[in-house]
Every structure is written in structure tokens, then in C-alpha cells.
Design a binder for this molecule. Structure first.
Ligand code: G1P
Ligand code: ZN
Length: 540
């Protein structure tokens, strides 16, 4: 059935797909326009195969029914969909690759809360399993501005709770177990026997799935296959509103896990994942591991896991992520890459075999096994490393800092600001950048300052305006950028870093160690002064 429509404003994909309030997505034609634009901008759906699934948030089920009907009406040949329309983002990426489909549509607003009054999102992934690169998202956006009609089958809803094959019109819909293929992939990468032996020896863990998608994956892999004690996985059932939780695995939102890990009878290892399963937070008994440090430790120890026994080709990190991983890459004599924020920028490096591990400060890490960051993968790699090294997380971190020095690191977020105020802060600092070099701020000399632009070494594409950075001659840095995933007002992210080579000064409190950089940021950018806020809303 052909339905006449009109372009809808603002359907521009951000850092990670199109994200809006759920009610916006539920409005007549909103989802349909975007999905039709995805098909139109990628050469049409005729004869094509796709993977479809999401993190189970409110509207996930109905949006999936709509997408299936649209794919059918657009002539697609086959769609694979997770049972009950569920798929974690990394599992979807794997399925796209494993089945060589023409791409996939992932329904999620990642770590943003879910519910009728919260957030929803749609992301298109290309046949390599990764988020569509900018050229594709721009083509989709351009199409949303011209769209005049969309196609949708007039069928009744499918029963997505039943594994097996069904038909809509001429299109085949295969409902599959969302966990099985992903779990099998993990078994090829990690030494499940060694990890099982560690659990059998009394190793205790807590995994907080935050009522989001990783619950079923973590239960199957960590409890069933690796033998962790029943109850190791908490909040393990995906709920449409994530049980009212904010499924963002960081010390602020995963505070119950943090309390337990710093409590009197803390388990050996703690971890949490986000709404769609691509993020991870890792905590040892009495020690929090920052995502930037986690990437560095994973890079330094990945060879202990069977999937990475031959070593890494290179390590890539987003520009605001701390430079800790660069030091490891240098020691290993492998390539290191600095990309703009957003996983899509890692795709070419992974496809070209230049990078094996990638990571972002925003609780994302992953490897070339899929083309998304992968929360559970990072947790399993940590478990494999712990099983091999037979040391505690604190011992591993201490040893790492002694060897490489420590990059104290923190991100300060100022959320839901009036857009004009946030832009004024950015414009103010941007205007100063050219004259900063050589200036002394809070006792530190500015070595360089710029608005980060990235030239992709594989396809030569250039992405400008990716964050304002001020680098001091002692290796300290501050970076300022606007969030591209929020759905309300603007969010300024201030990234702070200070390097201490050791052997002394490696055990300071993070915010104290960063105090001069925090003061320098206020002197240069004046965020508190301009926003009237007393401090950041979230510190990670
Ligand atoms: C945030 C993170 C970024 C991550 C993205 C998707 O984007 O900062 O690293 O790739 O979420 O998970 P931002 O809101 O900063 O644009
Ligand atoms: Zn996510």
C-alpha cells in the first residue's frame, strides 16, 4: 500500500542514529518517513535482506511490526528478527555479518531512559555490521526532506514470540533466538574453560543488566555457560521502561553496583551494561576502572585470550578518550588512531585491518569481531584476563600504572542547557583557540589548541568540528564538545585529562589530581559562569 506523506523536520541522525522522544516517534508517519528514507537512500529494499531488532524499550515491539510491514511492501526478500523483537546492538551487528545481509535496523536510544515519556531511536547499520557512515546518514537525512510517500503492507501483526519462519506478502520473516549466535561467537574468542575454572574456584561476580537487553545474554553466558553462581546477574529481565532505571552504566547511574563493590563483602568483579548492550562499566573490589583505562588494560592483555593470541593490529580511540591506550600501542609497536566521537568512525579502520581494538571514554569498547562496541565482550575479555593472570583488578591496575604511568581522567557533563547558551560557550572558546598556544593557564603552558578535524586514513573523508581541544605541554588536556545524542536542549561535555608518569603520585583521588585542569577549563571556557550552574550534572 502506498501512503502519501510530507517531509518532517529534524530527522537528522546524530552521533548514533535518529533519537527523539518516544511520542515523537509514535506520531503519525514519523517512523514510516524515516524508514522509507533509509530504504530509498540505500538503493531501495527490493530483493534485500535485513536484520531487525531492538533493546526492548517502550514502542520497540510496535515499531518492529511497522518496519517488517514496510520492508515487505518495499520488496525485501527476508528479514531476520530476534524473538519478541529483541536484539542487543552487538548481537545485531554480528547477525548482519554472519548472514551477509544488506544491513540492519536497530531500535534503541542506547543508554537513554525508555518509556512513553522517555526516548526512542532508530539506527541503520550497513552490510559490514557497523553504524552507517556519515555519507549514508547524510543521504538518509536528505531523503527525509524530499519524501512524498511510503510503502507499508496491509497485513496483521506477526507473532514474534514464536521462533521459526513466517511470511508477509512475498517476504520471509525468520524469528530467531537473539542469544544463540552471539554466545557461540563469544566461545570462539575466549577461554571459557579457564573462566569456568575461576568461577568454580570461588570467584564471585555481580553483573547489573539494569533491566535492559543484556540480561538474557549475561544469564546464558555468565551463569549457564561459565557457571557463575545463580543470581550473579541482577536486573536481568528487559523491561519497556527499564524498571524506571537509567540504563547507563556509570558510577552515577549504576550506583547500586558501585555501593556493593565498595562495600564490606564485595565480590571480586562487577560489571554493568546499558540499554542496548554495547556499553560496559567494569569495577573491581574497591576499585573503579575508568573506561579509558579499561581500553588500555584490554590492549595490554588481550593476547591472553585465544581470539587475540596473535596480537593486535592496532588500537583506536575517540579523540576525547584518554591517551592511556596510545602508550600501550607504542610499547607494543602497533598502530594507534584518534577518531571523532561515535563508533561509526572505527568501521573503516576495523574493515581495513588497521585496528583490532577500539574504545571510547563513554563506556564503550570493542574489537573487530563485530562493528559495534560490545559491553558483554569487554566483560568477558576482562574475565579471561583475570583468569589468566590470577590477580585482582586492583593489582592489575596498579601494575599497569607502574608500567605505563597513569592518565587521570574525568568527564563533566552539563545537561539540558538552553541551546543558545551552550553554543555561546563553544563559540567563545573556539574564538580564543588561535591565540592560546604559549599562554600559561593555571601554571600549565598551552602547547596546542584546535577544533578537531579527522581525515579518515582509509577513504580520505574529512569530518570537521569534532571537538575543541586544548593540550598543555605537560600532557594535560581539556576537550569541549556538544553531545550529539541528547533529546532535550544541549549538553556540554568537558573532558579532562592529566598524565602522571609515576612511580609516585599514582594513587591520588581523580578529581583532586585533575583540579588544575578543571580550573583551567573554567578560566578558558567559563561554562559555570555562562550557564549559571554550580557544577556538572554528571561526573564520570
Ligand atoms: C555519546 C558518547 C559517544 C558514544 C555515543 C553513542 O555521544 O559520548 O562516545 O559513541 O554516545 O553511544 P554524544 O552524546 O557525546 O554525542
Ligand atoms: Zn548503547
Amino acid at each position: 500500500m502506498r501512503v502519501a506523506t510530507r517531509p518532517i523536520d529534524g530527522q537528522k541522525p546524530g552521533t548514533s542514529g535518529l533519537r527523539k522522544k518516544t511520542k515523537v516517534f509514535m506520531a503519525k508517519g514519523y517512523l514510516e518517513n524515516f524508514i522509507q528514507s533509509v530504504f530509498d537512500a540505500t538503493g531501495g529494499a527490493t530483493g534485500r535482506t535485513y536484520v531487525v531488532g531492538g533493546d526492548g524499550r517502550y514502542f520497540n515491539d510496535r515499531a518492529t511490526q511497522t518496519i517488517l510491514k514496510m520492508a515487505a511492501a518495499n520488496g525485501a526478500k527476508r528479514v531476520m528478527v530476534g524473538r519478541n523483537a529483541l536484539l542487543s546492538t552487538p548481537a545485531a551487528s554480528h547477525l548482519i555479518r554472519l548472514n551477509r545481509t544488506d544491513g540492519g535496523i536497530i531500535l534503541s536510544a542506547s543508554h537513554n531512559p525508555g518509556g512513553l515519556d522517555e526516548d526512542f531511536g532508530v539506527k541503520f547499520n550497513t552490510p559490514n555490521g557497523g553504524p552507517a557512515p556519515e555519507a549514508v546518514t547524510e543521504a538518509i537525512f536528505a531523503r527525509t526532506k524530499e519524501i512524498r510517500d511510503y510503502y507499508i503492507a496491509d497485513d496483521t501483526d506477526l507473532d514474534l514470540s514464536r521462533i521459526g519462519t513466517q511470511q508477509i506478502g512475498g517476504m520471509e520473516v525468520s524469528v530467531i533466538d537473539p542469544v544463540a549466535d552471539y554466545a557461540a561467537l563469544m566461545e570462539t574468542l575466549f577461554d571459557f574453560e579457564a573462566i569456568r575454572a575461576m568461577f568454580a574456584g570461588g570467584f564471585r561476580m555481580r553483573f547489573d543488566a539494569m533491566c535492559a537487553i543484556t540480561g538474557p545474554y549475561a544469564r546464558e553466558i555468565i551463569e549457564t555457560r561459565l557457571g557463575a553462581a545463580p543470581g550473579t546477574v541482577v536486573n536481568g529481565t528487559p523491561l519497556p521502561d527499564f524498571g524506571g532505571m537509567h540504563p547507563d552504566p556509570n558510577p552515577t547511574w549504576a550506583h547500586a553496583l558501585m555501593d556493593e563493590m565498595f562495600g564490606p563483602d564485595a565480590p571480586d568483579f562487577g560489571a554493568a551494561s546499558d540499554g542496548d548492550g554495547d556499553r560496559n562499566m567494569v569495577v573491581g573490589r574497591g576499585i573503579y576502572v575508568s573506561p579509558s583505562d579499561s581500553l588500555a588494560v584490554l590492549a595490554a592483555n588481550a593476547h591472553l585470550a585465544p581470539g587475540y593470541r596473535d596480537g593486535l593490529k592496532g588500537v583506536a580511540r575517540s579523540m576525547p578518550t584518554s591517551t592511556a591506550a596510545d602508550r600501550v600501542a607504542e610499547a607494543l609497536g602497533i598502530g594507534s588512531y584518534e577518531t571523532p566521537t561515535g563508533w561509526k568512525f572505527f568501521g573503516n579502520l576495523l574493515d581495513a585491518g588497521r585496528a583490532t581494538l577500539c574504545g571510547e571514554e563513554s563506556f564503550g569498547a570493542g574489537s573487530d569481531h563485530v562493528r559495534e562496541k560490545d559491553g558483554l565482550w569487554a566483560v568477558l575479555l576482562w574475565l579471561n584476563i583475570l583468569a589468566e593472570r590470577k590477580e585482582s583488578v586492583a593489582e592489575i591496575m596498579g601494575g599497569h600504572w607502574q608500567r605505563f604511568g597513569r592518565n587521570y581522567y574525568s568527564r563533566h557533563d552539563y545537561e539540558a542547557l538552553p541551546v543558545a547558551v551552550a553554543n555561546a560557550v563553544m563559540d567563545g572558546l573556539r574564538a580564543k583557540l588561535g591565540a592560546l598556544s604559549g599562554q600559561v593557564v593555571e601554571g600549565m603552558t598551552v602547547g596546542s589548541a584546535d577544533d578537531f578535524a579527522y581525515e579518515d586514513p582509509v577513504d580520505g573523508s574529512v569530518s570537521r568540528g569534532q571537538g575543541l581541544r586544548v593540550v598543555f605541554t605537560d600532557g594535560s588536556r581539556l576537550v569541549l564538545r556538544l553531545s550529539g545524542t541528547g533529546t532535550e536542549g544541549a549538553t556540554i561535555r568537558l573532558y579532562l585529562e592529566r598524565y602522571v608518569p609515576g612511580p609516585d603520585g599514582l594513587d591520588a583521588e581523580v578529581q583532586e589530581a585533575l583540579a588544575p585542569v578543571i580550573r583551567a577549563a573554567e578560566t578558558l571556557a567559563g561554562i559555570r559562569a555562562a550557564t549559571g550552574r554550580e557544577g556538572p550534572d554528571v561526573i564520570t
